[in-house]
Design a protein around this ligand. Structure first.
Ligand SMILES: [Fe+2]
Length: 337
């Protein structure tokens, strides 16, 4: 039998195939011109808005989403058009015209003409609401497990436990000022809560000794970052939380412990914890000394800024103290100890 010759699909067939693909795909796909007007959308895009594709064409995001969300979307479009760089898998929360909230992952690519001029954007948006709910549930359990660990430690040493919560609050505020995404803010709070958990292995008579520690007692205290790491590395945290805790006594000039890390070897999360730790500890009463006061504490941080502490983080901490109530990390009942 004679072999049939393969015939390449013509333009009409190709267009039909692309149309089929666009309409069968469950992700929202859309094309915008340089002014943000939708010039083509697939079925999933229109259905997500409760409309037919022909009723979406010629509209902008401002016709479908609340102003703040539409503004953010437009800013992203502009960024893609101005830089020519794509935005890949950006997770955002959107509100549909029917009022329902959805988590979506959006990819935006520059749309070019034949001469390679950018003339708009192409976007693909996937609804990840269900996946996000599962992740939120997992995060809730992690937060509860961390709180339980911290509670267990509080039963041994209430002072250190209150200190840890203070560090968590300060570190959380610093990361918010840095503009870090919400998941990283949550992580740094947990790192603060757990940063001294390794002191569970330090005898209480050393932790509560009302005098200066001798050399061997201090050596035992210095083991706590390693112990923290041993405990926390058993949990698969999404960010370098265990490493941040491991490094919280490292200093940029290499004078810290346990590993004497220097400069860039100290990760940003650990630099934040270090500043938060000093701010909380120096302004608090300790079994071996009274609180040193905010002025002395800030002077110490400023003195070490850029040398032993991260300069920018110190600036943010000072700014926070200026803007907020003094000792804003303390809770009412902390004072009753
Ligand atoms: Fe510590």
């Amino acid at each position: 039998m004679k072999k049939k010759k393969y015939i390449f699909p013509g333009r009409r067939i190709k267009t039909e195939l692309i149309r089929n693909l666009l309409d069968e795909i469950p992700d929202a796909i859309y094309f915008k011109d340089s002014k943000g007007y939708l010039i083509m959308v697939n079925k999933a895009h229109a259905e997500g808005l409760g409309l037919r594709p022909e009723n979406v064409i010629g509209k902008t995001d401002f016709d479908f989403f609340p102003e703040k969300e539409a503004r953010n979307m437009t800013e992203d479009d502009m960024k893609v058009m101005q830089t020519g760089e794509s935005i890949i898998d950006k997770v955002e929360r959107t509100t549909r015209p029917d009022g329902s909230h959805h988590y979506v992952s959006t990819t935006k690519l520059p749309r070019k003409d034949q001469s390679e001029n950018i003339i708009g954007i192409m976007g693909i948006t996937r609804d990840i609401t269900q996946r996000s709910q599962v992740e939120e549930e997992k995060l809730k359990i992690t937060k509860q497990a961390v709180a339980a660990l911290s509670k267990a430690f509080e039963m041994k040493d209430k002072y250190t436990s209150i200190h840890a919560l203070g560090v968590a609050v300060i570190a959380e505020h610093i990361t918010k000022k840095l503009g870090w995404p919400e998941n990283k803010v949550v992580d740094i709070y947990m790192a603060g809560e757990l940063h001294d958990i390794g002191k569970i292995a330090v005898p209480m008579e050393i932790l509560s000794k009302p005098a200066k520690l001798n050399k061997s007692e201090y050596a035992i205290i210095q083991e706590h970052p390693q112990k923290c790491f041993d405990i926390l590395s058993k949990i698969k945290f999404p960010s370098p939380l265990s490493e941040a805790v491991y490094q919280h006594h490292e200093r940029l000039d290499g004078s810290g412990y346990p590993r004497g890390l220097k400069g860039n070897e100290v990760i940003m999360e650990a630099r934040i914890l270090a500043v938060a730790d000093v701010l909380e500890a120096m302004t608090s009463h300790r079994p071996y000394r009274a609180a040193l006061g905010l002025d002395k504490t800030l002077a110490e941080l400023k003195r070490g800024a850029g040398e032993i502490y991260d300069r920018h983080i110190v600036e943010i901490a000072v700014q926070l103290v200026d803007e907020k109530e003094e000792l804003f990390w303390r809770r009412e009942n902390d004072f009753n100890l």
